[in-house]
Every structure is written in C-alpha cells, then in structure tokens.
Design a protein around this ligand. Sequence first.
Ligand SMILES: *[C@@H]1O[C@H](CO)[C@@H](O)[C@H](O)[C@H]1NC(C)=O
Ligand SMILES: *[C@@H]1O[C@H](CO)[C@@H](O)[C@H](O)[C@H]1NC(C)=O
Ligand SMILES: *[C@@H]1O[C@H](CO)[C@@H](O)[C@H](O)[C@H]1NC(C)=O
Length: 688
Amino acid sequence: MPLVIRSRTLIILIVVITFLYVFWPREHRQQQCPPIRVENELNSELGPLIDAVRSTIITDNKGNQKVYLNAKGYITFLSVLRKQHHTMVHKLVKSAEWALGNNSVYSVTLKPQLPPSGDPHDYMSLGRYYWPDPTKPDGLPYIRKDGYPNPEFFSINDYLYLRKMFREVQNLGFAYFFTYEEKYVEKAMARLKEWFLDEKTKMNPNLNYAGYRKGEAFGWKAGVLDFHQVFRILQVIPLLRNSHLWDPEIEIGLKTWMTEYYSWLTTSTIGRAEGKSVNNHGTFYDVQALFLLDYLNRYDEAKTFVLQALQNRINDGILPTGQQHYETDRPTSWFYSVFNLQGLFLLAERADHYGVDGWHYEGPSGQSIKKAVDFLLPYALNDGKGWPVKNIKGFEMNDYVKLLELSYIIYGDDKYLEAIEELRPKTKAEQAVGSKMAHWEDNYLCNIALLSNRLLWTCLNKKMFILTVLRDTIHIQPYDFHKPKYEALTDEINRIYANKVIQEIGLCICLFDILSASEEVVHYGNGASYANVTFRLVVFRPFIGEILEGTVSSNTAEGVKVTLGYFDDILIPTNQDDKWKFDHETQVWVRLWDNIIPEEEWESVEDKYLYMYMDKDLPIRFRVIDEKFTDVGTKGPPPKRTGMKTSSSSTILSNKLIIPFNNTKQVPYELIGSIAERGLGATVWNWS
Ligand SMILES: *[C@@H]1O[C@H](CO)[C@@H](O)[C@H](O)[C@H]1NC(C)=O
Ligand SMILES: *[C@@H]1O[C@H](CO)[C@@H](O)[C@H](O)[C@H]1NC(C)=O
Ligand SMILES: *[C@@H]1O[C@H](CO)[C@@H](O)[C@H](O)[C@H]1NC(C)=O
C-alpha cells in the first residue's frame, strides 16, 4: 500500500520525528547524514550545551533588530537532541515490548463495584482527595482533604487501566514509527478496540462517574482530568494509519466514539463545569478539547478555541509576577504550579499548530507563560527555600527541568541552560529512585521532545537554513533491500543530495523528512527498485543582508576567506573600498577603521586608524551581500534532473544541476561578505 499523507497532523508528526532521525553531519563536508539507529549504550547527559552561543541580535539592512541563531548553537543543539533521541528510542522500544507482552484485559467492566447507573461500561474513578466524613456514622458523603490522596482511590482500576491504555498505545505507535514493526500496530489496534469498541469491554463515551465521591449520585467535575491524556493516542493514530494492518473500521468506530465524547465534554453539566475551572483542571480541559477537535478535523473551531483558551488561562491564572495563584493556593503548591505549566505548554503547542503564538502571548498586565516559568526559577535553584506559600509535598525538579529545556528552546535565554546544568544532578537522583512519577515522565518527555523539535525548526525556519521540497525518482539499490523502506530511501536521498549544491537553491545539508513515497517498482533490467518520493531537504541558504559568524580560513589575493565549519566558500573581497591594506610581513589583510579619538590626542599619524588583522582562525562577523551560483559542469551522475519542485520558492525547477560540493577552483555556490560596518568584523573587537 502506498504511503499517503492523510492529514496535517501526520505531516507535522513526521516532520518532528524525522527530524530526530536525520541529523547534521558532525564533521565538515563530504559526509552524509547517518541515519540514527537505536543504540544500546545510553547517554542521557545533556552534552556541551554551555558552549553553545545560541543566538545573537543583529540589525538587518533596514535597521530592524533580529535574533539570529548561529551555526554553532545549531550544531550543538542537534547533538543534544541526537543523544536524547537515542535514549528516547531505546526506552520507547523497551516500553513497547512491555506493552506487547501484556495480554491481560484492560477494561472498565472489570471493576468490582458498579457505578450508580448500574452500567459496568460507565467509567468510574474515586475522588482522589475525598475521605469519609468523621461526623457521619456511615462517613457519607465523603469530604475533601486537599493534598491527601485517599488510598481507596486504587480500589477501582478504571483509572489505572485508562492511563495504561493511553500510554501503551502511544508507546506502541511511536515504536512502530521508529521500527516499522507491524506487531506494535496489531497490539495498539487490539487495545483501542478493547477499550473503545468491543461490545464486551468498551467504555461508554462519558465520564459521568469520574471523580466520584461516595454518597453522591454522580461523579465530580474534577474527574474529567482523568481523560486528559487522550492526546497520547490521538498523536499516534496518524502514524498507525501508515501500516497496512491498520483497520479503517477502527477509525470509523473511534471517530464516532470521540465525537460523542466531545459532545459529552462540552455539553454535559459535569463537562461544562470542568471547563469553567480556573486552575489546572481548566487548562487541561482545554488541552483535551483541542486535541479532540483536531482529531475530528474541526480545525476552525479549534483555532477559535485555542485563542480563547490562551486568554482565559493566562490572563486569569497567572499574576503579573508570574505566580500561578490558583495552584499556589493548594497545599501541594509546587507540584500543581509545575503541572499547570505543563498544561500551558501543551496549550501553546496547540496554538502553534494553528499559527498562533502562545509562547509570547501576554495578558493585559504582562502575564505570560514565560513569567510563570521564571517565577519558579529562583526557588528551584534554592531547594524551594523562600517559597512564599505552603507546600506539603517537596520540590521535585524532574518535570520542571523538562519545562526549562523547552523554555531554552523557545525563549533562547541562557539562564535556562545554566539552571538546567545546575539542577541536573537532582533530576538524576529523582529518576534513580524510579518513582511512578519518573516512569510517567519518560513518556511525557517523549511528547515534549517531539514538540520541541518542531519548535526548534520554527526558530531555524526563518534563519539561514531553508526547507526545500523536492520530488524525485529514487532508486533503491538491491543491496539496500533488506533495510526498511524509509531507511533505504533516507540513505539514498542523503547519498544523492547531502553536501551537494542545487543551483539557485543552495547547499543541501541533509534530508529533513519524507513526505510521501510511491509503491516501489522493480526494474527488471538492473534489479533496482524505484519509488517516486516527495521529500524535504535542509538547505543552507542565508538571505542577502543576513549576518553570519564564522572564522577566517585564509587570506588570498582577492580577499579574506571565511569558513562556517560546514561551508567554506565565503569571500570578503578587499577591493570594495580603500580601507583594506595587505600586511606583507604577516601576509594577512588588515582592515582599517577610523579612530574616534580626536586628532589632537593622537600620538602619531598611525593613530588615524584602528587596525583589525585578519589572522587565520579569527572569529568574524560579516554581512552576506551577494551570492553566486556557478555551473561548474560536473560529470558526476546524475547531472540533470527534471521535474523537481520546490515549494520554498514556489517555482518548478527543471533541468537544475545538482553539483557535488567540492572545493575545486570553481565553486558551485559562493557567498560574498562584507564587514564594512561598525559592529562587524572581529567578534572579539572592542568597539568602544
Ligand atoms: C498486565 O497489566 C495488568 C494491569 O496493569 C497487570 O496487573 C499485570 O501484571 C500485567 N501483566 C504483565 C505480564 O505485565
Ligand atoms: C513515477 O512518476 C512517473 C511520472 O508521474 C510515472 O510515470 C512512474 O510510473 C512513477 N513511478 C513509480 C514507481 O510510481
Ligand atoms: C573533489 O575535488 C578533488 C580535486 O579536484 C577530486 O580529486 C575529488 O575526486 C573531488 N571529489 C568529489 C566527491 O567530487
């Protein structure tokens, strides 16, 4: 069956996941992006992040300030993700194997106690913080003791099964995506059928008895939170659809179920009451509703909803100081402050999905998600000392540090990095204890890591790298037949394109993702098989006027050559103005700058200028003022490709040359730079 993109969600998921798969060549040129494989050796260290000078604010030609992400930060960041990816996939496969090995039934019908409706298919869970009323002989109805969970909660297993099902289906779905093992699909389908569709075991699409307090007729609104992790399964269903085992009947059944459930969520008394909650319950209600709307293809409603949700939750739930006051009113104030933030991050991610910037949204008094992150920071760094409110449950850092990792990606503030480094030992200790929480967290990280890569791309998108869509007929060589299809295609596409210049497009770095691939057709002549593939490449193509940082690689007759590490063909010509002199003694170019010291204070005429020596390896900042594509007419196969399309420039590219990127005399792609502005040139230069 051909792999066809069926929904926007799938595209986004594939983007982020494939991005994890395919990375930048770590050394310089002539390297292909190696496909990432699961490695047994685990390394969950964050890596040399401190070194990453992530971004610089520069001023463009029109005088606008712009945050620019430099290559060093980019590369460092990718290497971090790569490490996290290895860890993640390894854990994922392990969890999927666990899920696979469990043949017990997970069902709401197994509970020993019937809900008041008498229908075992009605989901039921007990109010977590509710206890018998000591003033009543039978203890009924139960009363609230916030922060003190009643162990009776575990006497009904619906909640445990529900969460287990969500988590396991998600693990199976992601594991399928990374390994292409159909056994995971089969199991995921079985779990979904068991939970939602099979007459014997299914759950009714309502939460009428969730959060049930003994002695009452119905459940309680807070129980709606039980279902918020439905996003786990909704995230992986688009991945599962790629399998030929995926049964469309399940999809039909699920859509019906989710439609009914969404209707219950938004119209029932209990559902609506939860939606009106002002604290984390409200936030996660919104998250739940948004994922459901997306699954049901109700995008317009979702967009309206997300805008409103951001306003509600941020304007009301966060104080101008960043304190989330509804959470800090609780006895377990630290836990809930972090928990609500997780919800807000998911909300912002949903917003991002619909082109709305929730990360930078500010309420009327400047309330924002960032402020809420920052509010917690000093206490996190100080073991909770000085925390202004009651907190009976300690200061766990694991979840908060994950939010800091995301915050660093989103906001680019180095203080988050420093905090992550400092808190790392604490999170490791927490993970080592291996609490239930930490297990839950691994899965959370999995989502969040995926989200974060999408965000990373959002940052990079407008910078010196572009994504280009190409369609090409890719040959899978017979010796690659043993590989899973996407892996073989990935290898081949990287082999053909990585480190090559496509005329008028730029230097291809590596495959970003595969959007679609036709059925392979075997060519009987040579045994290779062919597939028509549409894919995206990461391409280095800074815009004219962009400021980049590199280092001086050599001084030549034409000027100063600069390298970015992965791209060397940058020339700063020295004939542009008369401020360049060649110093014959050191054999380097010298840039002269007018000295701002008044003439009467000079000691000699030499003080008229400041002298910037273009020594080899000097870090240098320059503006791209021109680019040159040269058809160097290589003989290498395949010289000509037709019918390629690029979406980034919206033109049909036919007969464009793909040129191996090689440092011969004639270069296929060259950038011309200039440092003729104050602030450019040697980055170590003290301009004052
Ligand atoms: C399967 O899951 C159920 C429900 O959580 C659990 O009781 C049982 O021990 C698990 N079985 C295996 C083999 O892990
Ligand atoms: C690829 O596309 C071309 C042109 O659309 C078509 O002729 C060819 O049969 C396709 N090949 C495969 C393997 O689908
Ligand atoms: C790069 O150029 C060198 C020197 O011209 C040549 O020997 C080498 O084969 C070229 N490499 C590729 C991959 O074309």
